[in-house]
Design a protein around this ligand. Structure first.
Ligand code: NDP
Ligand code: MG
Length: 380
């Protein structure tokens, strides 16, 4: 029986995690559920999965939830509540499925408490990868990837030696605008950007996929998770999202992981590793799919991917700034306040204004994140 605390239970990854758990109820116990503001869904989930603690983002939302929750469930709130539910529990594993760098403190608290991490919240690694990985090593905690590309690489590495990797290739669906030229991106709408061809995901990551920021975040995520240099991480466009990523070894042999695009597979693997269990998903039928396509990534067409590589290579504070500027730009785009192409302009301007410096602790990260958010808001 695996005991699980789930941060971000009401989101895309959160609800799919609970779907995996509901499919195999004897294997799991849900200890804690944290959400932002979707009180109604959190109550429904709490009634079904009976956690000991739940958390919402504000005191008011927590009070509202408390009125409807079964007796005996402790109701926490705010950033402190999130840290408490992440660390102070009987769970073996904490699934981090919150969106954005706001998940960092809770993730660090869970690692500090010795919890295994099933990591979906990639922004925590982009914003403070050096701190997260150092603390995980000190506490002997495994960070198991939920992101499909990183789960693929993790699976391809089973029984292999990291020193024998020549390069890692992350595949990219290309997002909602993969077939548009840069000129055609002028004036695209939020609705068009949210219509992802292959995956159903939360709004922020769907926009990140269209700008190719998401693949940039994933390059940085791969650097931290697998200890691989940026020069050894490639990106290949693969519109069908069947090959989830692959590794080329020093002998030019390639190992790939394949499956239909369904996040419940990598989510479950992060929970059952090193074991495999049946999932409530469909089998891959390659004969039915017939053809798989690949295209080279054009860094002029996708400048956000180029900026992510540059930030990753610069290291130190650069990726914290890249991430924070993007979070502000995407929120403004989703609110209809800036255009799609403004997202790359905002990130680029903030990076230009930034002098890369050391960010040795969480306080320095918070300061840098705050600076980048202010700058981004100013150029919106
Ligand atoms: P969603 O927007 O669907 O969900 C975000 C979750 O975070 C919701 O449960 C939301 O709660 C919760 N949340 C927001 N603010 C707070 C807060 N202050 N305190 C507590 N909880 C909060 O996002 P996704 O599920 O798509 O993505 C989650 C993470 O997983 C991201 O980092 C993303 O990059 C990563 N990821 C997602 C994939 C996907 O397929 N969706 C694939 C790979 C990675 P509420 O809705 O109640 O406000
Ligand atoms: Mg991914």
């Amino acid at each position: 029986m695996k005991k699980v605390t789930l941060l971000g239970s009401t989101g895309s990854i959160g609800t799919q995690t609970l779907d995996v758990i509901a499919h195999d109820p004897e294997s799991y116990e849900v200890d804690g559920l944290a959400a932002g503001s979707n009180v109604e869904l959190l109550i429904k989930q709490a009634k079904q999965f009976k956690p000991k603690k739940v958390c919402l983002s504000t005191k008011e939302l927590a009070a509202e939830a408390a009125l409807h929750l079964p007796d005996g469930i402790e109701v926490l709130h705010g950033p402190e509540g999130l840290v408490e539910i992440a660390a102070d529990n009987d769970s073996d594993t904490v699934v981090t499925a919150i969106i954005g760098s706001r998940g960092l403190h809770a993730t660090m608290a869970a690692i500090d408490a010795g919890k295994q991490i099933a990591l979906a919240n990639k922004e925590t690694l982009i914003t403070a990868g050096h701190l997260v990985m150092k603390l995980a090593a000190e506490r002997g905690v495994a960070i198991l990837p939920v992101d499909s590309e990183h789960s693929a690489i993790f699976q391809c590495l089973n029984g292999e030696r990291r020193g024998e990797i020549k390069r890692i290739i992350l595949t990219a669906s290309g997002g909602s605008f993969r077939d548009k030229t840069r000129a055609e991106l002028e004036g695209v709408t939020v609705e068009q950007a949210l219509a992802h061809p292959n995956w159903s995901m939360g709004a922020k990551i769907t926009i990140d996929t269209a700008t190719m920021v998401n693949k940039g975040l994933e390059v940085i995520e791969a650097h931290w998770l697998f200890g691989i240099e940026y020069e050894q991480i490639g990106v290949l466009m693969h519109p069908e999202s069947i090959i989830h990523s692959f590794i080329e070894f020093v002998d030019n042999s390639n190992i790939a992981q394949l499956g239909l695009p369904d996040m419940r597979v990598p989510i479950q693997y992060a929970l059952t590793y090193p074991n495999r269990r049946p999932t409530p998903t469909e089998s891959l039928d390659l004969a039915k799919i017939g053809q798989l396509h690949f295209r080279e990534m054009d860094l002029n067409r996708f400048p956000c991917l180029r900026m992510a590589y540059e930030s990753g290579k610069a290291g130190r504070s650069a990726t914290t700034v890249f991430n924070a500027a993007n979070e502000v730009a995407v929120a403004r785009f989703l609110a209809g306040e800036v255009s799609f192409l403004d997202i790359e302009r905002i990130i680029g301007t903030v990076l230009e204004r930034h002098d890369v410096t050391d960010v040795p602790d969480l306080a320095a990260i918070a300061e840098m994140d705050g600076w980048a958010r202010k700058e981004a808001a100013a150029v919106c």
